[in-house]
Every structure is written in C-alpha cells, then in structure tokens.
Write a protein that binds this ligand. Structure first.
Ligand code: TXA
Ligand code: MG
Length: 355
C-alpha cells in the first residue's frame, strides 16, 4: 500500500499505480509518458484499440488535454464535475495516440474523490482505465485490485468506492465528432439528432442529463461504416468487447420456484429482502420463505440503491472466488421505486447475464 507522497513519486517517475475514485479503482499513469501508458495496456491485457479515460482535477488540466468546450459541455461539466461522468471531447494534438487509440477525441473525467483529486493536483492528468484485468469486473476496493494484480501491487487505498460501477460516458452532438481514426476514412458526422448521446449509462442518469438537452442512448445501428462499408466503426471502442460475467450463472430472480429448483450453492443479491419475503408469503401462504433462503448466501441491500450499486461487482467477485454456481439478482426492472442508478444497474446486470 502506498501513501500519497509515494504514489506521486511513482507516477511522476513513469510508474503505474492503482488509484481510488468514487466509481471504481483506476490504473493510473502519467498521460504524457508513452512507456507508462503501454505498461497500463499490457498490465490490463487491454486491446490497444480501446482508448483510456484521462482523469483531471481542474479545468486548467482539462485545457492541456482537450480543445475549448462548447457551451453545452461547459454547463454539463459545471453541474456534474467532480462526479461519475466522462465526456468524449475533441483532443489537443499533443495527447499521445496511444491514449486515444488514434481517435481524434479523448475521454475525460474529474472524479469526486478527495484523495484522488489531491493526487491529481500534484501529478497532473493521469490515464485511468478501471484497475482490473480485461474480462474481470471493475474493482471497487483494494482487495479486488490485489486479486487481479497480486498482493504487492502499488495501490493508493481510498477505501470502498461509494458508487461501485463505472461512470456515465457521453458525447455532445454539437461537436459533430467523427469516430474516424487518422488512417481510416469515414463519414464525419454523428448520425444522431440528439444533443447528448450516452455511450455507457452510469450514476449520472439520462433524466439528469435531459435538463441540458435532448438525450439518446447510442445504439450499434448508428455505427459508421469503414471505407469498404462493411465494418462498423464503433464510436466508443469499449462497446465491442465482451463484458464480464462470473463463472456462476447470473439470473434475474423472477419466481420463488427458481430458488426451489436450485440445490447447489447460490448467492442472492437483493435490493430489499423484506419486499421479497412479503411477496413470497403472499403467494405461498404459510410457506416459510425465510427457511428456503437460509440456504443461500444472502446479500441484502436493505432497500438502498446506493448499497446495491456498491455491492454488485463485489458479489460477482465473491461468486468467482467461492465457486458459487448461481447468482440470483432481485428483479429491479420491476421495482416501482425510482432511482437515478436504476438504468445503469440494469445495464450492468443484463451484461453479466448475457456474458
Ligand atoms: O468510472 C470510470 O469511468 C472508471 C474510473 C477509474 O474512472 N474508468 C473506466 O475506464 O471505467 P475504462 O477504460 O474501463 O472504460 C472507459 C470506456 C471504454 O469503454 C472506452 O472504450 C471508452 O470509455 N472511451 C475511452 N476513450 C474514448 C474515446 N475517445 N471515444 C469513445 N470512447 C472512449
Ligand atoms: Mg473497464
């Protein structure tokens, strides 16, 4: 484990350090150091065509990375930074191609984590993809980083991440951003009519963003084609990679019968156990549902969406480490309660279900 001083020293001399943010831990390196950037890709075993997010602590630092902002971008940033929102912006030329995977844009975020902001203030902009091996869930505490990179990996410990899943990634249409790489000819306009396009849902919701303009989710059918017209070029390369699913089978918990049919070891991730018990008792009469669920590893979030978000990836990691065969997740799609986290959580769970 590192103190902040050691973390600054390592990063300034070209090292890679796992750093805390409010969403998930990031694998940080100096944005201007090519060797350090290459080390991040190699440690994560990340394909080099999947660009990295840059973390900053001030608008001055943003100015080193991106071209001037539009009015819309500026108002969005003023509202949500520091926070779990990443903007895809036109990049300054001097940003290394390795960081952006050759794209003309760069993804930038100001994290809402005081230790991380303090670090960034001292180091300057740092790249920070999630600090996991490609194909494992993003890490939400230092133990997760150690599982993937070993017990002596340098980590700046900032405690458990309060959000627990990755930031919302957006772009604003006024930029007319191209998804073309320097060596690929492609159309230059986003085929969209909305002001804001969400590439990856996160804790900043569609509804919160809609105060600033029209919002839509990116869908793969909008992808530009390459010059041969056959290969879609995805504007956010991460979209094309397989998503994490634990070895255990992840399923929505749709009926109590599902649980009765399972005799092997299972984890139950519940938003609210009380609600489930009430539902079950209404259907089953005197049947002791409590008894049935006693044979499961219960993760009850006591009706807190925040807690549910914090525990999602941890539950997946526990399932892998402890060889559970099933992960049942309470069907939050049917929950009448509203939460700004709901869409993003459904998105991550559905990805884990479909692998
Ligand atoms: O919350 C987060 O965003 C965390 C913490 C550590 O900040 N970081 C994170 O990074 O999740 P990563 O690399 O695991 O996910 C970044 C996503 C990827 O899907 C990548 O393809 C996309 O952002 N991305 C990065 N640069 C981009 C660009 N210039 N244009 C479009 N998409 C980009
Ligand atoms: Mg990641």
């Amino acid at each position: 484990m590192l103190g902040i001083k050691e973390a600054v020293e390592r990063l300034s001399s070209g090292g890679v350090v796992a750093i805390p943010t409010e969403t998930v831990y990031g694998l940080a390196a100096d944005v201007t150091n090519l060797q350090a950037i290459q080390e991040v890709f190699s440690l994560k075993r990340r394909p080099t065509d999947n660009p990295l997010i840059v973390h900053i602590s001030s608008l001055e630092q943003l100015g080193e990375i991106s071209k001037p902002l539009t009015k819309l971008e500026l108002s969005i940033i003023n509202k949500f930074w520091p926070g779990p929102l990443t903007l895809i912006l036109p990049r300054k030329k001097k940003v290394l191609d390795a960081v952006t995977a050759g794209l003309e844009t760069v993804a930038v975020r100001m994290p809402n984590h005081s230790l991380c902001l303090d670090l960034l203030h001292k180091t300057g902009p740092l790249v920070g993809p999630s600090a996991n091996l490609s194909g494992t869930p993003s890490p939400t505490k230092k133990e997760h980083v150690q599982t993937d990179f070993g017990p002596s990996f340098p980590i700046l410990d900032g405690g458990v991440c309060t959000v627990g899943f990755e930031s919302t990634v957006i772009t604003c249409r006024t930029n007319n951003l191209s998804t073309a790489r320097k060596n690929v000819s492609a159309n230059t306009k986003m085929p969209s009519h909305s002001d804001i396009i969400i590439y990856r849902p996160g804790a900043i919701s569609e509804q919160q963003l809609s105060e600033f303009g029209s919002v839509e989710y990116y869908s793969a059918s909008q992808a530009e084609q390459d010059s041969t017209g056959s290969i879609p070029i995805l504007p956010s390369p991460g979209l094309k990679y397989r998503h994490y699913a634990p070895k255990a089978r992840v399923q929505w918990l749709l009926s109590i019968d599902q649980l009765r049919a399972v005799t092997s070891t299972s984890i139950l991730l519940l938003l609210d156990k009380t609600q489930l018990v009430d539902q079950a008792q209404a259907i089953e009469g005197t049947f002791s549902f409590q008894e049935l669920i006693q044979s499961f590893n219960l993760v009850d979030c006591e009706d807190s969406w925040e807690r549910f978000g914090q525990l999602l990836y941890d539950t997946f990691r526990v399932a892998d480490i402890e060889n559970y065969t099933h992960v049942f997740v309470q069907d939050i799609r049917r929950s009448t309660a509203t939460s700004s986290l709901k869409d993003a959580l459904i998105n991550r769970i559905e990805k884990a279900i479909s692998g």
